[in-house]
Design a binder for this molecule. Structure first.
Ligand code: HEM
Length: 330
């Protein structure tokens, strides 16, 4: 037989057990508990369904807790996007360094002649430099959003990083507009010179004369390599512009999942186009003797032009000669 003390302890234990069990028994019949059943949420997502709630405000998209498309976005956040952006930039810089070591600066084989030809007029250079300067600031301020916290914050400290990021965000949102205007200008000014033709295949077969010294495949105003840059800038710029406007105006973008889709495309396009542009900047500056002048003063050396754009030089000289012939005698 149990003594009175152990009977008291058993009774107290029984009372305590009933008290603790009561809420659990109540939970089984509480319908709102269903909303926190994670197993059911995952099952709905796995079968391609949405997890949405009931809302009373006009914005229907606010009812979605999570959509299956978000999985791509979620997977790319943080580390993956970080890695893609960093490796696109580092990979291209490494390739160009290797190219520089193996090939060196591309020189004008015939030496500089001292005679100049007008290659790009003031409007063309204005469009190019507006596009170039806005793109570079957009790319750097965008990259800061992705890798700033892990790479720049430890270097600058919180106060400087905070100021830099705040200005970066303002610059990103406002410089997008002159970028888009310049993109349209560049398209209108140069599209006729960038239609692919048979010459481009020959140029590509000969590696554009970039690989072997002394090789100069014929080209008109733009060669195949430049046409690739041009169309990458137009297509990438258009994709960045459209997705960027959607990010700025989420109500136009659709559901939160649609907005996240635009963000993914925006970031991936920016990474790929930045890598392509790094190669362009290299060849347009330190990589090739005489190239920068085309966008600097607008005039290039005649020997440079003959080596890289022989058919364009013939066209320019031909049209000058025919203009000379048709001028009335005084
Ligand atoms: C400091 C940066 C840059 C430099 C030094 C530079 C230099 C040049 C030069 C010298 C040319 C004329 C090449 C020729 O004579 O045929 C050119 C053309 C061009 N640039 Fe740039 N550029 C820069 C940045 C950019 C950026 C950021 C973009 C676009 C986002 C861009 C887009 C273009 C396009 C579309 C062309 C015409 C196609 C071509 O020549 O590849 N440039 N650039």
């Amino acid at each position: 037989m149990a003594n009175p003390i152990s009977r008291l302890i058993m009774t107290l234990g029984l009372v305590l057990g009933v008290m603790l069990a009561a809420p659990a028994a109540q939970a089984q019949v509480n319908p709102t508990q269903q909303s926190v059943n994670e197993g059911a949420l995952l099952e709905a997502l796995g079968s391609g369904g949405n997890v949405a709630g009931r809302i009373t405000i006009p914005d229907e998209s606010a009812g979605y807790l999570i959509k299956p498309d978000n999985k791509l976005w979620a997977a790319l956040q943080g580390d993956t996007l970080h890695q893609i952006s960093i490796w696109a930039v580092i990979g291209m810089v490494a390739l160009l360094t290797l190219f520089y070591v193996l090939r060196g600066k591309i020189r004008v084989d015939g030496g500089l002649s001292g005679r100049k030809i007008l290659r790009f007029n003031t409007i063309e250079r204005f469009a190019h430099w507006t596009l170039a300067s806005t793109f570079i600031i957009l790319a750097l301020s965008g990259l800061n959003l992705i890798i700033g916290k892990t790479v720049i914050l430890p270097l600058l400290g919180e106060a400087a990083f905070g100021t830099l990021s705040a200005w970066g965000k303002i610059a990103h949102n406002y410089l997008a507009w002159p970028f888009m205007v310049a993109l349209v200008m560049v398209l209108l000014l140069w599209v006729v010179h960038n239609i692919p033709n048979r010459l481009d295949l020959e140029w590509l077969k000969q590696g554009g004369g970039l690989v072997k010294k002394g090789v100069h495949p014929p080209a008109k105003k733009f060669n195949a390599g430049q046409k690739i840059i041009f169309w990458a800038v137009i297509a990438g710029g258009a994709a960045l512009s459209y997705t960027g406007v959607m990010l700025l105006f989420p109500a136009e973008a659709g559901t939160p999942a649609d907005w996240q889709f635009f963000q993914t495309i925006h970031a991936l396009t920016a990474a790929v186009l930045s890598a392509i542009i790094i190669a362009h900047i290299y060849i347009g500056s330190v990589g090739m003797e005489g190239a920068f002048d085309a966008m600097g003063t607008g005039e290039v050396d005649e020997n440079w032009a003959k080596e890289h754009h022989s058919l364009w030089v013939e066209e320019v000289k031909g049209s000058k000669a025919s203009k000379g012939r048709t001028q009335p005698a005084e």
